[in-house]
Write a protein that binds this ligand. Structure first.
Ligand SMILES: [Mg+2]
Ligand SMILES: [Zn+2]
Length: 194
């Protein structure tokens, strides 16, 4: 029997979205100084690790393809997140980023790829690398595309109701819905004891 893992969306799941006046939208952090973890995320992830789950980050980051920031800045945002999580004793087994967008302005990153959620390339890669049994895995995120990605890969799914991404929800049917990551973790750990 394979290992089991949790696929975690990043923005609106682990860290807050950031308001940008140029687009008048709440978006992924474009620079590392704007990265803020959501309260309780470190505790929630530690609980999963302590219960034997592998953790994987799966994130769409199209802002470079759209000309809004640099790849260096996006790498710095990831490094800041990784450092903050490690400081809390949370080790991510792997992080999978999609930097593409079908309607970008940077030609090399403007494509219909299979790694952009709800595409499942990253989940299939993780399954192959870490011997995961995808139907024993969960995907947790704050958008319909996260739920659809998890379902496309055969995972169970939890949808978080993060306030600034409400417009990205309403057209998916997750196994469960909660407000915060810590509630999702409680739910998953309870399933273990049924
Ligand atoms: Mg998100
Ligand atoms: Zn991609």
């Amino acid at each position: 029997m394979g290992q089991r893992g949790i696929f975690l969306d990043r923005d609106g799941t682990l860290n807050h979205l950031v308001y940008y006046a140029d687009t008048d939208e709440w978006e992924s952090p474009r620079t590392s100084d704007t990265l803020r973890l959501i309260d309780g995320v470190d505790v929630a992830l530690r609980r999963l690790i302590d219960a034997g789950w592998f953790l994987f980050l799966v994130s769409n980051q199209p802002s470079y393809a759209k000309g809004k920031t640099s790849l260096e800045n996006l790498q710095a945002v990831h490094n800041a997140l990784d450092a903050q999580l490690l400081h809390s004793g949370v080790h991510l087994s792997a992080a999978y980023y999609c930097y593409h967008h079908p309607r970008g302005i940077v030609p090399a990153y403007t494509t219909n790829c299979e790694c952009r959620k709800p595409g499942t390339k990253s989940l299939r890669e993780a399954a192959a690398s870490f011997d995961l049994e995808l139907n024993n895995c969960w995907m947790i995120g704050d958008q319909d595309s996260d739920v659809q990605c998890g379902q496309n890969a055969g995972c169970r799914t939890i949808l978080l109701e993060y306030s600034h991404s409400a417009s990205k929800r309403g057209n998916s049917r997750p196994d469960h819905g909660v407000i915060r990551l810590i509630d999702a973790v409680d739910w998953i750990l309870r399933q273990d004891h049924k």
